[in-house]
Design a protein around this ligand. Structure first.
Ligand code: FCB
Length: 460
């Protein structure tokens, strides 16, 4: 039994369930932390346009300044070093590289990621890079965005250029982050940029996102880069409220919408039946060998997991495919998301059993809580408990034979939480937006440091 600095106990045998090279990391995304939206030639993105549209975000918050990471990246990398976090997932802002989506490379934008990568590597931190975490160049949106098949090819070319440019320092790539959110929140519910509410378009967008993913994987293979490439999906555990056939059918509909919509095309080569009726049709968007491209073999799958759902049949919920969310709400985070660590085990097992045996990585997991800064300290015991239980759930997945290789806490820093603006704090590190962006590790950050330390000791 090891005792970490804060008195918390970690059992050596339990820690050794995780392979010695398991990646313990943290995650962020460009628009949520960088700021500097008008600097060094960056073009506008759909999130600049959306957040500057009245009534789209909490208090009209925007990512104009965010955490000012663009200027403070050295301090942020140093924080990770102090926490002993050896792995970092971040995203490249496409409009910094190609301000209008394609054409001439913006050298100054590339230079920022050069500096960031060099700083990370010098600190012994290994990067995992997401190519698209929702910040489409606005110029492409004006030509139809992800509704237009041309964007697929712009993305493939941008991706190829990034492999060339940074392939010497990045060996793990993620094409898209949570394409479900772009399709459904961005084009069906209108809660995310570009704020469209059109079921038919949402299906087309999903297909184009998937195709751009597949073509980028192909580009990666043809460049014979030595590393690994995958995609990150947001997946949820969905349980039926009872064994009644109606509830079981409701569960299946919800599962199709939330999980199978992206898992099936990537790993089984087709869209699940019933999806079109529920969500709108990808219809004519599917051409030629698109499905084969989408199914290009991957090196790993990234899973983002936050919450679970219990659902019942309810014919009145016409807009929600006749599904009513009846999840117990006895423990919820500040997002109102029910806490269910066992769901994480179930999601990982299910992928392993039904879809693929490629390695899995949890590329996001974490929780927002209404953190209070008191006497220069944030005592976020609820977040520590959330993380502990979800890491515990990883141990259970490993016990069932799931090939799990990494876990990245969302997020390193409090940041711009999309339509919720700065009202939700997900960070291990508190950002004092009113005090010149001062960073202060929360108790959970020190807990994570101690946990990682104990893990390392368990293997030495
Ligand atoms: C995920 C997003 C990430 C963050 C977390 C809370 O859906 O990928 O950017 O907003 O949720």
């Amino acid at each position: 039994m090891l005792r970490a600095a804060n008195g918390m106990e970690f059992d050596t045998n339990w820690l050794r369930k995780f392979p010695p090279d398991f990646r313990w990391g943290t995650a962020t995304a460009a628009y949520q932390i960088e700021g500097a939206v008008n600097e060094d030639g960056r073009g506008r993105s759909i999130w600049d346009a959306f957040s500057h549209t009245p009534n789209k975000t909490w208090h009209g918050d925007t990512g104009d300044l965010a955490c000012d990471h663009y200027h403070r990246y050295r301090e942020d990398v140093d924080l990770m070093r102090q926490l002993g976090v050896g792995h970092y997932r971040f995203s490249v802002a496409w409009p910094r590289i190609y301000p209008t989506g394609g054409g001439t490379l913006n050298i100054d934008g590339v230079a920022f990621y050069d500096r960031l990568l060099d700083t990370l590597l010098a600190a012994g931190i290994r990067p995992v890079v997401t190519l698209y975490h929702w910040d489409l160049p606005q110029a492409l949106e004006e030509r139809g965005g992800w509704r237009n098949r041309d964007t697929v090819y712009y993305f493939r070319d941008y991706a190829g250029r990034m492999f060339e440019q940074f392939g010497d320092r990045i060996d793990t790539w993620i094409t898209h982050n949570e394409p479900w959110c772009t399709a459904v929140l961005g084009h069906l519910l209108g809660q995310h940029a570009p704020g469209i509410q059109d079921p038919a378009q949402a299906g087309v967008v999903a297909h184009h996102l998937l195709l751009s993913h597949g073509l980028s994987v192909q580009a990666y293979r043809s460049q014979r880069a030595g590393g690994q490439i995958g995609i990150t999906l947001n997946l949820s555990a969905v349980y039926p409220a009872s064994d009644r056939p109606e509830d079981l059918a409701a569960r299946d509909r919800m599962d199709t919408i939330l999980n199978r919509s992206f898992l099936d095309p990537i790993f089984l080569g087709n869209y699940p039946s019933g999806l079109n009726e529920m969500l709108g049709s990808a219809g004519e968007a599917v051409r030629g060998d698109d499905m084969a491209q989408i199914g290009s073999p991957l090196d790993f799958l990234g899973v983002n997991y936050y919450t679970y759902q219990v659902v019942a049949h309810d014919a009145d919920q016409t807009e929600l495919a006749g599904v009513k969310d009846v999840t117990p709400r006895d423990e919820v985070t500040d997002m109102g998301w029910p806490v269910g660590p066992a769901g994480l085990t179930d999601v990982l097992r299910r992928i392993h059993d039904q879809y693929t045996r490629i390695p899995l990585m949890v590329t996001e997991n974490g929780a927002a809580y209404p953190d209070q800064l008191v006497d220069d300290r944030v005592r976020d015991s609820a977040r520590i408990s959330y993380l502990k239980r979800h890491i515990g759930a990883l141990g259970d997945a490993l016990d069932s034979g799931v090939d799990l290789r990494g876990y990245y806490v969302w997020s390193l820093l409090d940041n711009f939480e999309w339509s919720f603006g700065y009202s939700k704090r997900f960070g291990l590190v508190y950002v004092d937006y009113d005090a010149g962006q001062r960073r202060l590790p929360k108790d959970s950050a020190w807990w994570y440091r101690d946990f990682i330390q104990a893990f390392r000791r368990a293997w030495t």
